[in-house]
Design a protein around this ligand. Structure first.
Ligand code: NAD
Length: 437
């Protein structure tokens, strides 16, 4: 099939590349000329494991193209995917301006029937809005489909190629047939393509993210209570996760969720509830708990230093909002760095992939190191914010010799409490006993 993907960010680039992998001819469009240029030169502007291999394979087979020319991209395309940003607006609702303005531009350019597929995360009713906007500018027939994306950054390629499920909201027989044909190669193991109406598909995406965010905030509250009562959240987590009704995944406490999706999607769903005069109490609490969790973690640091962090050198391991990505949108690290800087801390940081993005945000307010040990030199403490694999089994002797004081604040429970005790560190983590050196 001939496809166009509008927006070549984390979702659009993975979507376009993975669809070309199954033999489709895909043209990806972006308004960011620099990004398009890099892609045309074979350079992938984001870090996403496994993407480079299939990207280069399909570019060289001539099935994957990049352009900034919308008309060129959509003229022959049967299906046009919208993978555009839907950032939070001032009132916390999803800002639909990118989606609606692209829809308008598309409607002015099409000359034959198209299926317009919304892959962006958009509130209930957006399919109708897209249809309305387009209908004002064209008499050419088209259908609008809601096809929310569930990929996770860091494992996006794997998620896209082998999705747990594909959700498609449409009331059009042609669109249903084309979408089924397109996705069939990805669900050969039997995972479902779930068809529903557009509104339900739109809500499904928000419900999924809100539920997952709720799980995280719930576990963070349990962890905080564990600390106060002397229970160990790791043991509690395993204890409850073995119940199949609960499940083992998404039960890890930490410094709160971040990223480009959970925070904005939870807020947008709360706004949808408010607009419908419904008080979604759990969601409001999820947001509040998430904010508190970061503050609670930082209080551990300030308490340890008795409130005096002025000119203290603190090292940070992990800046990305989660491992295996360079994405720092709404990353807990960004909030924590802001707070540390406000307290006069000399912040030194290391992350395998996200330092460039953090440097763009903080300039020379943050010092970066070449590796995870160099950053520790003469630091009064180490703060772990992102649980990259390379942090899990470090050379503790080297760490001890580089750090000025053997003090670790672990926001992701990367190390075992017993290990830290044995190695003589002062160690505070989440929902577990503090180890006093
Ligand atoms: P992104 O910011 O990484 O990418 C968006 C891209 O769209 C950018 O490259 C931008 O330059 C481009 N763009 C903006 N306006 C354009 C226009 N008029 N024409 C062409 N290109 C344009 O965003 P993302 O993370 O890929 O997210 C896209 C959507 O997918 C959002 O709604 C998001 O909530 C949703 N989503 C994201 C993820 C994720 O993990 N990132 C997962 C599922 C769903």
């Amino acid at each position: 099939m001939k496809l166009a993907v509008i927006g070549t960010g984390y979702v659009g680039l993975v979507t376009g590349t993975c669809f070309s992998e199954t033999g489709n001819d895909v043209t990806c469009v972006d308004i960011d000329l620099e990004k398009v240029k890099r892609l045309q030169q074979g350079e992938i502007p984001i870090f996403e494991p496994g993407l480079d291999l299939i990207f280069h394979r399909n570019v060289s087979k001539g099935r994957l193209h990049f352009t900034s020319d919308l008309e060129k991209a959509i003229t022959d395309a049967q299906i046009i995917f919208l993978a555009l940003p839907t950032p939070p607006g001032a009132d916390h609702s999803a800002d639909l301006s990118f989606v609606l303005s692209a829809a308008e531009q598309i409607s002015k350019l099409i000359t034959s029937y198209k299926v317009i597929v919304d892959k962006s995360t958009v509130p209930v009713g957006t399919s109708e809005k897209v249809r309305e906007v387009m209908s004002q500018h064209t008499n050419i027939p088209f259908d609008v489909v809601s096809n929310p994306e569930f990929l996770r950054e860091g494992v996006a390629v794997e998620d896209f190629l082998k999705p747990d499920r594909v959700v498609i909201g449409t009331s059009s027989d042609t669109a249903r047939k084309w979408m089924e044909q397109l996705y069939e190669p990805f669900v050969r193991q039997g995972n479902p393509i779930i068809f529903m109406d557009e509104r339900s598909a739109e809500m499904t995406k928000y419900a999924a993210n809100a539920y997952l965010a709720t799980k995280i905030s719930f576990m963070n509250e349990i962890a905080n209570l564990c600390e106060l009562t002397g229970a160990d959240v790791d043991k509690v987590r395993i204890g409850i996760g073995s119940d199949t009704r609960i499940g083992k995944r998404f039960l890890f406490p930490g410094v709160g969720f971040g990223g480009s999706c959970f925070p904005k999607d939870v807020m947008a769903l709360a706004k949808t509830a408010k607009d419908n005069a419904y008080d979604f109490r759990i969601l409001n609490a999820v947001i509040e708990v998430n904010k508190n969790q970061r503050e609670f973690f930082l209080q551990k640091v300030t308490k340890f230093f008795k409130g005096d962090l002025q000119s203290k050198k603190i090292a940070i391991w992990g800046l990305a909002f989660k491992p295996n990505t360079d994405d720092i949108r709404e990353a807990p690290a960004v909030y924590i760095i802001n707070d540390l800087l406000a307290l006069g801390v000399e912040v030194h940081a290391y992350d395998p992939e996200a330092m460039e993005n953090v440097a763009k945000r903080f300039g020379n307010q943050v010092q970066f190191a070449e590796d995870q040990y160099e950053v520790l030199k003469d630091a009064e403490a180490l703060i772990i914010i992102t649980e990259w694999s390379e942090f899990r089994s470090p050379d503790f002797e080297k760490m001890s010799s580089y750090l000025k004081s053997k003090v670790i604040f672990d926001g992701r429970n990367v190390f075992s409490v017993d290990d830290m005790r044995e190695k003589g560190f002062y160690y505070e983590s989440i929902g577990r006993l503090t180890v006093h050196a």
